[in-house]
Design a protein around this ligand. Sequence first.
Ligand code: GTP
Length: 338
Amino acid sequence: MLKQHKIPVTILTGFLGAGKTTLLNRLLRDEQNRRAAVIINEYGDTGIDSELVIKTHEEIIEINKGCICCNVRGDLIKVLKNLIVKMAKREIHLSRIIIETTGLANPAPVIQTFLMDEVMAYWFDIDSVCTVVDSKHLPLHLEQEIAQEQIAFADLIIMNKADLVSQEELADLKLRIKKMNMTAEVITTTNSEVPINKLIGVQSFDLSAKLKIQSNLLTESHHHHHDDNVHSIILKSDKPLFLDRVNKWFTYLVQMKGESLYRYKGILNVKDIDNRVVYQGVHMLFASTEDRKWKQDEPRKSELIFIGTKLDEEELKKGFRYCIDEKFKLQTEGYFFR
Ligand SMILES: Nc1nc2c(ncn2[C@@H]2O[C@H](COP(=O)(O)OP(=O)(O)OP(=O)(O)O)[C@@H](O)[C@H]2O)c(=O)[nH]1
């Protein structure tokens, strides 16, 4: 089949909870991305992220069970090759691929995938690499090497959550970011409200700038080790949760463990509530919202993921049990929940 144009690829990256999914939803609401395929990579074995992405698109593909820059890079190539086959058979017509990486991914190997693999390079062209940063928590996140790498490889840096910091703090952060990446454009946003034309159809991906950061980008296979301190714990149950218990538990977690909880999010089945309940937060900033109604044919279940450092799995399991089992009394670190 004769192919006239390469398919543009937008890579969205940024540390845990920075606002990538918020940005993705914004892009997907835009008419010009109606025929975009979306590839979402989650860190843990959960589909929570894709559940929180608006469902207007047929091609939303999840790559779970690992980080896109490490063990699931082969999966990314497989997914992309499948899309090529479908396009060649004219089963789908794609205008763009948008990839949302996990908050713990280094974008370099994802970029590499499109440059080094001949088939990929023939079909796809990186349009831009956009890194979203959480302006409130960036100083804390920069302690992690991965957060620095995400900034270094960006063409566009979105300093999100501007509503949570002062103008002076924003100005300082911008200087800090500029020192790490002089060539990227830096934009300040709230709720990832970036003008679409800054991100789509910009062809801002600059290989020579990336080679200055990593000269072996086009030659070497990538060895990236995640910080062993950061890990995830997933809790699941088919039993309904008691709302007052969930609220008590989360209040405790956010206050006592907020610093080490980089990201937590879940879709919950709460007793006597017909809608799915979404609990999510970043460190001590936490929100709960009612989402859509549970569908008739959909099993009502709860799934929560915690990503952070020094996570105590046994304690989290007990807390979850406290939310489900009315007879269970939870005692932890001087706190007693009944
Ligand atoms: N106050 C404030 N909250 C925001 C802003 N942008 C996003 N959020 C909230 O921050 C949380 C994380 O946003 P997401 O878009 O899910 O972040 P993410 O980068 O996709 O998170 P992960 O995929 O889990 O790494 C959500 O509760 C958002 O509603 C913002 O500009 N200001």
